[in-house]
Write a protein that binds this ligand. Structure first.
Ligand code: B12
Ligand code: SF4
Length: 454
């Protein structure tokens, strides 16, 4: 079977921060293990418009095409790509996968004729069956059947993760090409159920423990491969919650640290975690193993807001986690949500006071907090989306939701911030892209020219 996998183009990501689609790397490896031939086209990295995609695919033949939708904000773009694939390759089945597609399969199949099916949840165990007869349905597949949208029951979660082949890195050449960090997925799922996050719904609808972690040996083997075959010196663990569940999660993290130290890989790495798992002892071991940067979802410095988010952490834990990272000299990259549908002006003031207390100055806040004036975005599959819908406060549709904020002062503030951002971000990205193109040209000129420094 010949399979085409496509990463939906997303041009909103800050230039230089685009990453490879690891989910497609995993699917490709699983398909290959079953003897199928896979082509992967990355619309984001190649900056492909639907038209360019059509031209690129004309004249080729595949048994089916799968399109990954990582972010809900790119659902419209994905539908255009699906239509482009259909027009370039008439008769080829086109299926969608990824978190937003899983939650919005009904809307996708009703609204866009180009989609033939949607894969619900993890795709590795389903992908190999998609080229055959769909009959009355397959587990984990939603499709149109006799004029209705039907969905097969979700198959169990992939477990243990060690049984998966490593992602097909030859189809994900970005990290090695630009000498950047490679993305690694060491665990999947999270025990939390924060109101704004879709993780629990994504993994929780299938049978099996939500948080699953690869063994230290399996992760180490992938790192060794990345090092020896691709020259990788740094990795980013994309796990949503690196520290997983309770004592078991901490033990697994320590085991990995011990293995990395014993193997002397010399690899540096970053990870993402909750504030309540950051402990001095464990993190000093992780630092010894190569940890340099931690993406820390503290989300708020106001207890009432943390409670509203269902975060199950305290302001004290947030401060303590920042303190541990500071003590160890590990760079924090802090996730913070300043405004949400329940925000009040008083909470905004308290938040500013917290940030100042935690970081010392606004300059430091800007240095460590990714987006200090972050306004919560609403995604399908999250508890907050369901709540707003129940309360009749959710506006828009699958292409983008907005919501009503009862506090009029906050509403005005948010409107201002979003207005400035709507103009500012595209301009910033345009400038960054020009700069990168110029530096790229200069670098190419240097290396190609006689007597270059390299
Ligand atoms: C790495 C990452 C990024 C990277 C980019 C990744 C990339 N390749 O482009 C960066 C840091 C740039 C990023 C940015 C953002 N991100 Co992000 N990101 C992730 C993260 C942590 C890991 C993705 C990953 O590699 N997963 C591991 C693979 C194995 O899983 P997977 O992608 O789900 O794939 C599996 C299945 O979904 C399925 N599948 C997927 N595609 C397909 C296709 C087919 C055909 C089939 C059969 C199956 C299938 O099979 C795969 C294997 O099991 C996810 C969280 C997560 N756990 O997925 C969030 C996540 C995707 N990000 C999210 C968000 C919101 C964002 C931002 C919008 C945040 C913001 N407001 O700025 C931005 C968007 C871009 C921007 N405007 O800058 C949300 C998306 C929510 C939603 N419903 O839209 C997620 C789910 C985080 C969360 N918990 O809420 N992100
Ligand atoms: S802790 Fe992070 S990954 Fe887990 S549910 Fe909350 S936001 Fe999602």
């Amino acid at each position: 079977m010949r399979v085409l996998l496509i990463n939906t183009p997303h041009f909103g990501i800050r230039p230089g921060e685009e990453q490879e689609n690891l989910g497609l790397g995993y699917l490709a490896a699983s398909l290959r293990r079953q003897g199928h031939e896979v082509t992967l086209v990355d619309g984001t990295l190649e900056r492909l418009t639907p038209r360019a995609m059509r031209e690129r695919l004309a004249g080729q033949t595949y048994d089916w095409a799968g399109i990954s939708i990582l972010f809900q904000e790119s659902i419209g773009q994905a539908a255009q790509v699906a239509a482009a694939v259909k027009s370039a390759l008439p008769g080829t089945r086109v299926v969608a996968g990824g978190q937003p597609a899983t939650f919005l399969y009904r809307e996708l199949l009703h609204r866009y004729p180009a989609w033939d099916g949607v894969i619900l949840g993890e795709g590795e165990d389903i992908a190999g069956s998609l080229g055959g007869d769909w009959g009355e349905g397959l587990p984990g597949l939603a499709f149109r059947y006799r004029g209705e949208v039907v969905a097969g029951a979700r198959p169990p979660l992939v477990a243990p993760l060690d049984r998966l082949p490593f992602p097909a890195r030859d189809l994900l050449p970005l990290a090695s090409a630009r000498n950047a960090a490679a993305q690694i997925s060491r665990s999947r799922g999270c025990w939390g159920s924060c109101s704004f996050c879709s993780l629990r719904a994504f993994y929780g609808q299938a049978a099996g423990p939500v948080w699953r972690c690869r063994s230290a040996g399996n992760v180490l083997a992938e790192i060794e491969l990345l090092r020896s075959q691709y020259g990788i010196r740094a990795v980013n663990f994309v796990d949503d919650n690196f520290l997983g569940t309770g004592e078991r999660g901490r033990r697994q993290a320590r085991l990995l640290a011990d293995s990395l130290i014993a193997a002397g890989t010399g690899i540096s790495f970053s990870l993402t975690c909750r504030a309540d798992g950051v402990e001095l002892d464990l993190f000093s071991r992780l630092k010894e193993a190569g940890l340099t940067r931690v993406f820390l979802g503290i989300e708020s410095g106001v207890q009432a807001v943390l409670d509203r988010f269902g975060k199950r952490t305290t302001v004290g834990q947030n401060l303590a986690a920042l303190d541990v990272l500071k003590t160890l000299g590990i760079e924090p990259v802090v996730g913070y949500i300043m405004f949400d549908p329940g925000s009040t002006l008083e909470e905004f003031h308290d938040s500013l006071a917290f940030l100042e207390q935690a970081f010392g100055s606004w300059a430091e806040v800007r240095r460590y907090v990714s987006l200090p004036l972050n306004v919560l975005e609403i995604y399908s599959g999250t508890p907050v989306a369901a709540q707003l819908e129940r309360e009749g406060r959710l506006r828009g549709d699958l292409l983008g939701y907005t919501y009503h904020i009862p506090d009029a002062r906050v509403r005005l503030l948010v409107r201002l911030i979003l207005g400035v951002r709507r103009c500012g971000f595209p301009l910033r990205n345009w400038v960054l892209r020009r700069k990168r193109a110029q530096t790229g040209r200069a670098a190419a000129g240097r290396s190609a020219g006689p007597g270059g420094a390299g």
